[in-house]
Structure formats: structure tokens, C-alpha cells
Design a protein around this ligand. Structure first.
Ligand code: FAD
Length: 481
């Protein structure tokens, strides 16, 4: 039987393994797999911890439902009833501007106003800034196919104030990246399509809004889907469910792939020897590298130095997220929104705060508490993510006091650091990917998948893992492998 080794059991590797298993069952042409993970934990960046009754997310805390991969996979796994919608009654995000929190005006989609009155009345953007955003309606669309940075694009269409106060903290923050270096084509290709199709971001968003289903009246109960969604037991629930559906004998936890060798197999096809720490090497017909770019680079160095060099060209950023719980009575205001983002121009040391216990149910032991999550590091303050626990705790408490007036002692404080772990799709990312893919095409039986490459979101990583599995199956069944 043909065999595939999958390196890395993040959501991409797990999805790849699951797809190989399911496709093998369906089409009768069995392919064996081995999923090797260097940590003892399954799920990679999907880390959910239960501490003193609080549910703490170490990595992603949700996914966007407009990309259907998580919803489809949940249906396939039979866990649709475990999906959790955000609490829309308290929807709304604030922006810190001039030291004060301002609500993002109603009708703002991504970064584009679609309702005139709330936007006009909002003090967040100055009048010259608002007029500049309105110019989007008449400015010509970009000619030519060249890439540009996210900052360049927003500045060109909507102006500097919209970039600094809305796009950079809200959209740049998703990647933990710097809008001044982020490739628009690689990170937000949709914006480019909108400009090309409608000639204006405002017109594109108005058209998108017109196509949206009407909002359900609140009397209709909780909606089935919200834009942001998660699982009742947190994002790791997805990884755990995938893990349970795989054959336990085909998963190696706490074992690192240290080297991959390629030789010519008995039928002239490429064959791989995969060296794994603390155990015998494994022979395989194909390998999926579902590991972050720097790890993948180390493993392909001896197979194809060109692929390795391009993988090393994908920069990795650092950030830390810190969950902080308080007694409700210690919070001097009502937490009735999803939280706020902080533009870099405010020069604070935290980037955003999510009011976790407001946004989601099932995150606190009972109503006597609240849970907040804040972010440090990212584009401008990478080094802050590496501060030690005491320093980070001091920093967060000073910022919470300065911005929110919270002086109380937290009842829980949990830090998750992601040092050089957040892939950045900077200018040139698509060229690097094209170079990697053209070399992989010649490198039969070798595939890459995951958040470093074709989309950082959990739905993107699932899609990428599933596709890698399909390519492997096609390759092995084509008689080449
Ligand atoms: C703080 C944070 C917040 C985020 N928030 C969101 C969010 O809200 N929504 C969203 O959609 N996305 C979010 N993301 C992004 C998303 O979580 C990731 O892009 C995604 O989980 C990556 O999955 P992956 O499988 O590609 O990689 P990973 O989860 O990184 O898994 C790769 C695995 O490979 C293993 N590995 C590496 N080298 C080897 C080796 N040599 N041998 C064996 N194993 C190896 C690693 O140990 C790891 O477990 C966030 C990410 C972070 C860090």
C-alpha cells in the first residue's frame, strides 16, 4: 500500500490526514498515512485551556464563517451542534483615538462606510478624513497588475486617516502584521477584485450589503451563523475531534521529523526516507509538509535548496496574547461590546482588547466574572512579546488602567507567546509561492500546506490541507508515485 508521511499536526496536517483517510475509504484505492507532530499536543496553534473554570484560547479564538471550510468540515465530522455563534446583541467594536474609545460607525464593512448618517455623525474620523474617504467614489481604479502594500492601497483609495484609524488596527491586526509591508494581493486579494469590479470600495461594499440576507429579528432567537464563530469548547475542539476520527496508530506525538531523504524507488518513482527523532526512519511514497515555513525550509534544504530559500524568505512575526479575568464588580463600566482596537498612532503597548466573556458564551465559570484578552507585539512592537511574565503582567495592567481605568487585581492571568510564529505575507509573497510551486511540480511526491503559504485563517489552512491530500491521492493513483 502507498504511504504518505504528513509533517505537523496543526489544523492543516490534521485536515490532510482526515481527507486521505476518507478518500481511501471511498474509492477503494487505499493509501496509508502517518501524521508526525513534534509537540505532545494535537492541533498546532489551536490551543484551548480550561483554567479554574475559564476557557482560555492560546491561539485563534474564532473563524470567519464566510469562508465555508470550517462549517463544511464540522458537518462532515458531525459536530455542527458544537458550533458557537457570537453574541450579536452586544456586537460592535470600538477604536481608541485621541485616548478615547469611539464606536466604529454602524454600517462600516471591513473598513468601508456603507451608511452615510452614522458615518457622518461619528467623531472617529475628522471631516477632512471623511471627505477623503468619499473620494473613493470618483478616484480611478488602478491600472496594471502590479502588487502594492495594504497601506498603499488603503491610502490610495480611502486616505491616511482611514488607514491609521481603521484599516491598520482592524485589518492589519488580523495578520499581526505591518500594513506598510503586507502584500495586498497575497493578504487581501478580495480588495483588489472589488476595486477592479466596481471601481470603488464603497460601491463594492454597497453591492455586497445589498446581497446579504436580511438580519433576523431578535425575537427569532440566536442566528445559526454569525460572521465570527467558534466551538462551544473553543477552537481546539475542532482539532480534538479530527484527532479522534483518525487512526490513533497513525499519529506520532512528541516526535520531530529531523531529515527527509529522496531516492529512486524500485519502479523508478521517487521514494522518501523520513527520519524521526527517537524512532526508526519511515519509508514513504509522498510527504506533505504541513509545518510552518522555517521548519519546512530545514527539511527541504537537502532536497531542493531553491524551495528552502524561498521558504526562508517568508518572514515570521512575534506576538503574545494575554487572557485576564476579573471579578465583575471590579470593572468600572459595562462590557457590552466585543472590545476595541488600538491604532499604532496612539503609541500604546497593547494592540487590541477582546471582551471575551461578552462576545462568547461558555467562557467564564459564572456571571460574577469577566474575561478579557489582549494582544502585545505584532508589527511595531515585536520585542514586547518576549518580555518575561512579570514584565508583561505589569505592562498589561498599566495599559488597562490607563485606557479602561481598571486598577483591580486580576483573578487569572494567562500568557501565550508566539515568537517568530506568525507568517507575514509581505510584498513578493506570491512570487515566492510561485517559485516554490513550480519547483514542487518537478519534485514529485512532495507537497506543502498550512498557514505560511496560501492563507493564514483556520478555514484557509483546512482548505490547503484538504487540497494537499487530494493532490497526493491523484499523484499516487496516477501511477507516477
Ligand atoms: C495568536 C494567534 C491568533 C490567531 N487568531 C486567528 C483567528 O482568530 N482566526 C483564524 O482563522 N486564524 C487565526 N490565527 C491563525 C491560525 O491559527 C493559523 O494560521 C493556523 O492555526 C495554522 O495552522 P497550520 O496547521 O498551518 O500550522 P500550525 O498550527 O503552526 O501547525 C504546524 C505544526 O507543525 C509542527 N511541526 C513543525 N515542524 C515539525 C517537524 N519537523 N516535525 C514534526 N512536527 C513539526 C508544529 O509543532 C505544529 O504543531 C491565529 C494565530 C495566532 C498565532
Amino acid at each position: 500500500m502507498k504511504k504518505v508521511v504528513i509533517v505537523g499536526a496543526g489544523v492543516a496536517g490534521l485536515s490532510a490526514a482526515f481527507n486521505i483517510q476518507e478518500k481511501s475509504k471511498q474509492n477503494g484505492q487505499k493509501v496509508d498515512y502517518l501524521l508526525v507532530e513534534k509537540d505532545r499536543h494535537l492541533g498546532g496553534k489551536l490551543i484551548t485551556e480550561k483554567l479554574e473554570g475559564f476557557l482560555i484560547e492560546g491561539g485563534p479564538d474564532c473563524f470567519v464563517s464566510e469562508k465555508p471550510a470550517v462549517l463544511q468540515l464540522s458537518a462532515q465530522l458531525g459536530i455542527k451542534d458544537r458550533l458557537l455563534t457570537s453574541n450579536e446583541d452586544n456586537k460592535g467594536t470600538f477604536v481608541l483615538s485621541g485616548g478615547k474609545l469611539h464606536k466604529l460607525p454602524e454600517g462600516l464593512m471591513l473598513m468601508v462606510p456603507t451608511k452615510i448618517l452614522p458615518f457622518a455623525l461619528s467623531p472617529l474620523i475628522s471631516w477632512p478624513g471623511k471627505l477623503r474617504m468619499g473620494l473613493d467614489l470618483i478616484l480611478p481604479k488602478k491600472e496594471g497588475d502590479f502588487d502594492e502594500t495594504l497601506a498603499g492601497f488603503v491610502n490610495r483609495r480611502l486616505g491616511r486617516e482611514a488607514l491609521d484609524k481603521i484599516a491598520a488596527p482592524l485589518i492589519g491586526g488580523i495578520h499581526g502584521g505591518d500594513p506598510e509591508t503586507m502584500s495586498l494581493k497575497a493578504s487581501f486579494p478580495r480588495f483588489l477584485q472589488m476595486e477592479q469590479n466596481y471601481g470603488s470600495m464603497i460601491r463594492a461594499m454597497l453591492a455586497a450589503r445589498a446581497k446579504m440576507p436580511p438580519a433576523q429579528p431578535s425575537s427569532a432567537g440566536k442566528p445559526k451563523h454569525t460572521y465570527f464563530m467558534t466551538f462551544i469548547n473553543g477552537m481546539e475542539e475542532l482539532a480534538q475531534t479530527l484527532g479522534k476520527r483518525l487512526d490513533r496508530n497513525k499519529i506520532m506525538l512528541g516526535k520531530q521529523v529531523t531529515r527527509i531523504e529522496r531516492r529512486t524507488g524500485p519502479e523508478g518513482n521517487p521514494a522518501y526516507t523520513v527520519h524521526i527523532s527517537g524512532t526508526d526512519p519511515v519509508e514513504a511514497d509522498a510527504v506533505i509538509l504541513a509545518a510552518p515555513a522555517p521548519n519546512a525550509a530545514e527539511l527541504v534544504e537537502n532536497l531542493d535548496a531553491g524551495i528552502a530559500e524561498n521558504l526562508r524568505g517568508i518572514p515570521m512575526g512575534s506576538s503574545a496574547n494575554i487572557s485576564v479575568a476579573y471579578r465583575k464588580e471590579d470593572i468600572p463600566f459595562n462590557l457590552n461590546t466585543f472590545g476595541f482596537v488600538i491604532p499604532a498612532i496612539e503609541q500604546r503597548k497593547i494592540n487590541a482588547v477582546t471582551y471575551t466573556s461578552t462576545k462568547w458564551d461558555f467562557r467564564i465559570p459564572d456571571d460574577k466574572y469577566v474575561l478579557l484578552r489582549t494582544f502585545v507585539g505584532g508589527a511595531k512592537n515585536q520585542e514586547l512579546a518576549s518580555l518575561d511574565d512579570r514584565e508583561l503582567m505589569g505592562l498589561v495592567r498599566r495599559e488597562f488602567n490607563g485606557i479602561l481605568g481598571i486598577t483591580a487585581e486580576p483573578v487569572l492571568f494567562k500568557i501565550h507567546r508566539w515568537i517568530k510564529a506568525r507568517p507575514q505575507y509581505t510584498m513578493g509573497h506570491l512570487d515566492r509561492m510561485a517559485a516554490i510551486e513550480s519547483r514542487l511540480d518537478q519534485s514529485l511526491g512532495l507537497y506543502i500546506a498550512g498557514g505560511s503559504y496560501r492563507g493564514i485563517g483556520v478555514p484557509d489552512c483546512i482548505t490547503d490541507g484538504l487540497k494537499a491530500a487530494e493532490k497526493v491521492m491523484d499523484y499516487l493513483h496516477s501511477g507516477s508515485g
